[in-house]
Write a protein of this length. Sequence first.
Length: 222
Amino acid sequence: MSDEHDPKRQLSFADIEAEGLADWRLLYNTLHARFKTGDFANGLELVNRIGAVAEAANHHPDVDLTYPHVDVRLSSHDVGGVTSRDIDLARTISGFAFELGAEPAPAETTAMELALDTPAHDEIKAFWAAVLGYDTTGLPDEVKDPAGKRPALWFQEAEGATGDAQQRFHLDVMVPRDVAEERVAAAIAAGGTLVSDESAPSFWVLADAHGNRTCICTSVDR
């Protein structure tokens, strides 16, 4: 097996560009595609075809079915990026979309992560993982949604970035009413402080060890 087809080798941006995947774009070490299916039934057919080939290959993309498009994300989690397995599956999926008349819309793909300036990420990382319900495994300077649905939060080293003077926006984290107190308690146990519970159970205001604020919210009284 040649090195470029090693299923365990993470491909570079240049490697992926050379593959000529016109329907796909590399965003944050993941291949993204959107196919405009026109209606829900056609989208479901595309998803079913993707599911069958993914099961056969034992390599599973993330797929979102909405009206009127299907979004697909491909990466090899065991290597933390894109491999030849993803390239092969991307080509197959593009073939299915073509057969079904689904229009590729690569310009509409997007990915987002949040960045928080901090003088020391290790002092606040556990707090934000608790607030967001995120996973701390992976890169040391970020926390990520274990389901891969919500944006990652990474910590940018910035000396002196503490306190209210630097903060111009905050995150409102909406959770089910029956887990709100548990989420608040976990954040406090992870080094945070309770700023205010005056409006609970509608929302609680919390702050990390550097004074960065966030709210745990529910649908009560909204």
